[in-house]
Design a protein around this ligand. Structure first.
Ligand SMILES: NC(=O)c1ccc[n+]([C@@H]2O[C@H](COP(=O)([O-])OP(=O)(O)OC[C@H]3O[C@@H](n4cnc5c(N)ncnc54)[C@H](O)[C@@H]3O)[C@@H](O)[C@H]2O)c1
Length: 425
């Protein structure tokens, strides 16, 4: 049997069954996109709460509506156990790739899944990894689980990094070009064929490692440029200059400059994490990542700098943090700089409350207690010595804050400088 032609045909006719493993910020939108384009999808997740919510047509991600899940219900089946993976022609892994406490790549989620599914795999399937990881992972980490197959002949392996920017109104999964790579040429062709059915443009690269490197480069490019503008902000602040005016003027240059904006640091699953993946593989190859390392240090120093600058201006005992998600209009709090603000303030014995319309309870293994989002009103706002705008969600009443706050520390350029109760940091 020619497994390559068989799988290619199934994909071309959209009769290939798509198995998505990990239904988080990456996997769930991807499952919906395949269903939207008329593929039958099997969605797997070890989190039974997520599976039971999905079975009731309920979303647990703010920018995905219950309606969207209901709409494709007849094409997606959600599963908590892996047995049904035998029915999938395509298996896409959208699993977490965090860092360990020692700042090393943690591929344990991928390992656990491969251990679970290895005996259920059969000829003619393809596994594609979408998680961000260091160059060499797909080849060195996944292919050993496929020893009983001839990769490229009777089993296929690809890597295609996810580039999603959750809640981006301009670019969606369908319009962001997709990088594709394969273990062999056949693997690459199947990967390209598959994604071209759901995404407008696919970009093939010559091997798995290049595709893995591309993803890290893109995120590290952001980390380094955010580090640069955060350093610029600290210098401008000392010289009593407005960094936002400087950026606005600099970006009138029609070439060679792209604007990045300062803030309280970086958060999320990618930008604070990916530099460590690249540094790890660089160190293994005896290369030191100086620029990347220092950009990360500057970004993670920002909450400390902001608090120490604030304390130079005013003694504070009680703080309200506005926005604890790592990014505007999201509900994702992973690696959020707001968590660092809380830790720093706790250490200084300054009491902290939070307000985030998208996050009811802030839980983090870095914090001793959970924080419940407080309701905003003029009376409560007056109780705080200082209000830190950490994430500038759209659905926040900024005029109410401005009217009632004693001091606003604005890390997101939400207010103009004119009022002396606004500290732009
Ligand atoms: N979130 C983003 O915007 C984004 C963008 C680009 C790339 N990425 C990358 O994509 C990958 C996934 O990120 P995410 O944000 O979707 O993570 P996530 O934590 O939101 O989702 C991962 C899902 O996998 C599930 N899971 C964990 N172990 C499992 C297992 N053994 N079997 C089945 N399911 C399991 C979890 O329950 C969770 O639902 C990461 O490598 C991340 O760096 C994320």
């Amino acid at each position: 049997m020619n497994f390559y032609s068989a799988l290619s045909n199934k994909i071309s006719k959209k009769t290939a069954k798509i198995g998505i493993v990990g239904l988080g910020y990456v996997g769930l939108p991807l499952a919906l996109q395949f269903a939207k384009k008329n593929f039958k999808v099997l969605g797997f997740d070890i989190d039974i709460n997520k599976i039971s919510l999905l079975k009731k047509n309920k979303s647990y991600i703010k920018h995905i509506s219950n309606k969207q899940i209901k709409k494709y219900k007849n094409r997606i089946k959600f599963e908590k156990s892996f047995e049904k993976i035998i029915f999938a022609d395509v298996i896409i892994l959208c699993l977490p790739t965090p860092i360990t406490d020692k700042l090393k790549p943690d591929l344990s989620y991928i390992k656990k899944t491969l251990e679970n599914i290895k005996d259920l795999l059969s000829e003619g399937q393809i596994i594609i990894l979408e998680s961000s990881t260091y160059p060499g992972s797909t080849r060195d980490f996944i292919s050993p689980y496929l020893k009983s197959f001839v990769i490229g002949k009777n089993f296929f392996l690809g890597y295609s990094p996810e580039r999603e920017d959750p809640n981006n109104k301009k670019y969606s999964l369908e319009t962001i070009p997709k990088i594709c790579s394969g273990f062999t040429n056949n693997c690459l062709n199947i990967t390209k064929n598959l994604y071209s059915k759901i995404i407008k443009k696919v970009v093939a690269v010559s091997n798995l490692e290049t595709a893995e490197f591309v993803k890290l480069y893109e995120n590290i490019y952001r980390s380094v440029n955010i580090g640069l503008v955060n350093e610029m902000k600290m210098i401008a602040n000392k010289l009593d200059l407005n960094i936002y005016e400087i950026i606005k003027a600099a970006k009138t240059k029609p070439f060679g400059f792209q604007a990045f904006y300062p803030g309280p640091g970086v958060g999320g699953h990618c930008i604070p994490v990916d530099p460590y993946y690249l540094s790890w593989i660089a160190n293994k190859n005896n290369i030191k990542t100086n620029l990347i390392y220092h950009a990360g240090r500057i970004n993670s120093f920002m909450p400390n700098w902001i608090i120490s600058e604030t304390l130079k201006k005013k003694k504070i005992k009680k703080v309200l943090i506005i926005g604890v998600a790592y990014k505007k209009d999201l509900d994702d709090t992973r690696e959020s700089p707001s968590i660092d603000f809380i830790k720093i303030l706790n250490k200084k014995k300054i009491s902290v409350d939070i307000h985030d319309p998208n996050v009811k309870i802030l839980k983090s293994r870095k914090l001793k207690i959970n924080y419940i989002s407080k309701k905003l009103n003029s009376k409560m706002l007056k109780k705080y010595d200082c209000i830190i705008i950490s994430t500038d969600h759209s659905n926040i009443d900024y005029s109410l804050i401005k009217k009632n706050a004693k001091l606003i520390v604005d890390t997101r350029d939400k207010f103009d400088r004119k009022s002396n109760k606004i500290l732009k940091l």
